[in-house]
Design a binder for this molecule. Structure first.
Ligand SMILES: *[C@@H]1O[C@H](CO)[C@@H](O)[C@H](O)[C@H]1NC(C)=O
Ligand SMILES: *[C@@H]1O[C@H](CO)[C@@H](O)[C@H](O)[C@H]1NC(C)=O
Ligand SMILES: *[C@@H]1O[C@H](CO)[C@@H](O)[C@H](O)[C@H]1NC(C)=O
Ligand SMILES: *[C@@H]1O[C@H](CO)[C@@H](O)[C@H](O)[C@H]1NC(C)=O
Ligand SMILES: *[C@@H]1O[C@H](CO)[C@@H](O)[C@H](O)[C@H]1NC(C)=O
Length: 433
């Protein structure tokens, strides 16, 4: 089967071909949406409302003899998590096991050779993933392949003409007999972060939840957290056993993006999008954080910052009384981080931010957005639908001004129809689901 590729001249020039194609795509899409009993859409409709109990989906086992292969996953930790989840959801749509892709240990964007591949199971627990996501998505190993026959190579279209509908149409064609019979469908070309997004936030959240760290990295996260707790109790934080202490530890984690690269990026973004709430200076962050109510002082403030800022002691100065700022070096955990490549360092910071009693981030950062999503998911599972009044396990966006000069409270809209706002940032946040 051959798909229209934007490089082929007839795709550009032959408008009759185009009209017919669009007409057929539309008919196909409408049929898929409303008429045919495609289980995926049934499942999408069901997932419209959040139910913490996933047992209903367990009866639909994912096929173990058909596989999807995707390109190496690249860029920052959170771009990689999103790309991985999108690959999983694509595999689920095709009712195929996803062959465990390689992630990239380093952050270098431009040269593919330098993107040190790292097997996903070096970071996330493979068995636990399959057990938590059982019946929804499934990860397989290359050793599971029976037949080393040639895969069906699926070229993802690109360019402006490659619409979301065409993309979905292409995926549905892969469910038909002639392609479905292949043991492996191999997606060629673009990295999954850049694929079209056909899934609601809820579906992504379900996959992120199945990603738990391997024991060795989890041990390092615990070591960092105990260091923070030790500092807290040394300075007199004796937080009593509250509800939150079962899910969090006494710490405020701030994902502080003030390094030069980010400042250039966010200023550009502000100009292009005409939104003036993206960049926050160090001073603005400190001023807003100082006005957060309901904290139990003194409290350790863990600053999750870029390495370039660790040399600059000034980020530790100027915080209000009662806030005890630490970064990796001052906390004495630098050695825990430096034995790992970029990706794992970032994964450790993610966990610290996830489990801190209070999290403050930037709503235009993918890292912060995924932390906020994950924290929201934890609250929703506990039955909490709003943190407007409470500060227990609250998240805030320092780039947006909230009440009384404090940063704005932030819960993720779990019913959003796509991951777009989380991937690219938003200033439309609220403290309710
Ligand atoms: C996937 O395929 C298996 C085996 O054919 C089937 O039992 C299951 O219902 C399918 N799952 C979905 C979500 O279509
Ligand atoms: C993943 O990376 C390893 C090297 O670390 C390489 O041997 C292997 O072929 C890669 N796997 C895939 C599927 O690209
Ligand atoms: C392997 O491939 C051959 C021919 O392509 C097919 O007849 C056979 O059923 C396949 N075996 C498995 C286990 O998929
Ligand atoms: C915790 O600290 C408060 C004052 O900040 C003090 O009144 C209380 O006795 C302390 N509790 C314990 C168990 O140390
Ligand atoms: C802001 O988000 C809410 C809930 O997600 C949505 O209903 C509303 O339309 C959004 N507003 C804008 C201006 O995008």
């Amino acid at each position: 089967m051959e798909f229209c590729n934007s490089k082929l001249p007839r795709c550009h020039t032959n408008s009759i071909f185009w009209k017919i194609f669009i007409l057929f795509s539309a008919i196909f899409l409408l049929r898929a949406l409303f008429l045919s009993p495609v289980p995926f859409f049934h499942w999408l409709q069901q997932s419209g409302s959040w139910t913490p109990d996933y047992s209903s989906s367990h009866q639909h086992a994912v096929r173990r003899d058909k596989f999807l292969e995707v390109p190496q996953i690249i860029w920052g930790l959170n771009n990689q998590k999103i790309a991985f989840a999108r690959a999983c959801l694509t595999a689920a749509l095709l009712n195929r096991t996803l062959l465990m892709p390689n992630l990239s240990a380093s952050l270098i964007y431009k040269e593919i050779d330098l993107l040190k591949p790292i097997s996903l199971d070096k970071i996330f627990n493979f068995e636990r993933f399959n057990s938590l996501c059982d019946g929804f998505v499934r990860l397989g190993r290359y050793s599971d392949l029976h037949n080393r026959t040639d895969p069906f190579v699926l070229r993802k279209g690109s360019g402006r003409k490659w619409s979301k509908e065409r993309d979905l149409n292409q995926l549905y064609q892969c469910k038909e007999g002639s392609i479905d019979k292949f043991e492996v469908i191999k997606v060629d070309g673009k990295h999954p972060f850049l694929w079209h997004d056909h899934w609601p936030v809820m579906s992504y959240a379900r996959i992120f939840e199945c990603l738990t760290l391997v024991d060795e990295i989890e041990a390092d996260v615990s070591a960092v957290m105990s260091r923070i707790k030790a500092k807290g109790s040394y300075f007199g934080n004796n937080l009593s056993m509250s509800v939150s202490s079962q899910i969090s530890f006494p710490c405020m984690a701030i994902h502080m993006r003030i390094e030069k690269d980010w400042m250039l990026h966010c200023k550009n973004l502000e100009e292009r999008s005409n939104i003036h709430q993206i960049c926050s200076s160090k001073k603005e962050i400190m001023d807003r954080v100082a006005r957060i109510k309901g904290l139990n002082f003194p409290i350790v403030v863990y600053l999750a910052v870029a390495d370039s800022l660790l040399e600059d002691n000034s980020i530790l100065r100027g915080w209000r009384e009662g806030l005890l700022p630490f970064e990796k070096k001052r906390l004495g955990v630098w050695n825990i981080y430096t034995k790992h490549p970029y990706l794992i360092q970032s994964a450790i910071d993610y966990e610290v931010c996830l489990r801190a009693q209070v999290f403050v981030g930037n709503s235009f950062s993918t890292f912060s957005s995924l932390v906020a999503l994950h924290r929201t998911q934890i609250l929703v599972k506990m039955g909490v639908r709003s943190i407007c009044a409470d500060s227990i396990f609250a998240s805030y966006a320092y780039n947006i001004l909230g009440d009384f000069g404090a940063p704005k409270k932030w819960m993720t809209d779990m019913s959003a129809p796509s991951l777009h706002t989380l991937s690219y940032g938003t200033n439309n946040i609220s403290c309710q689901v």
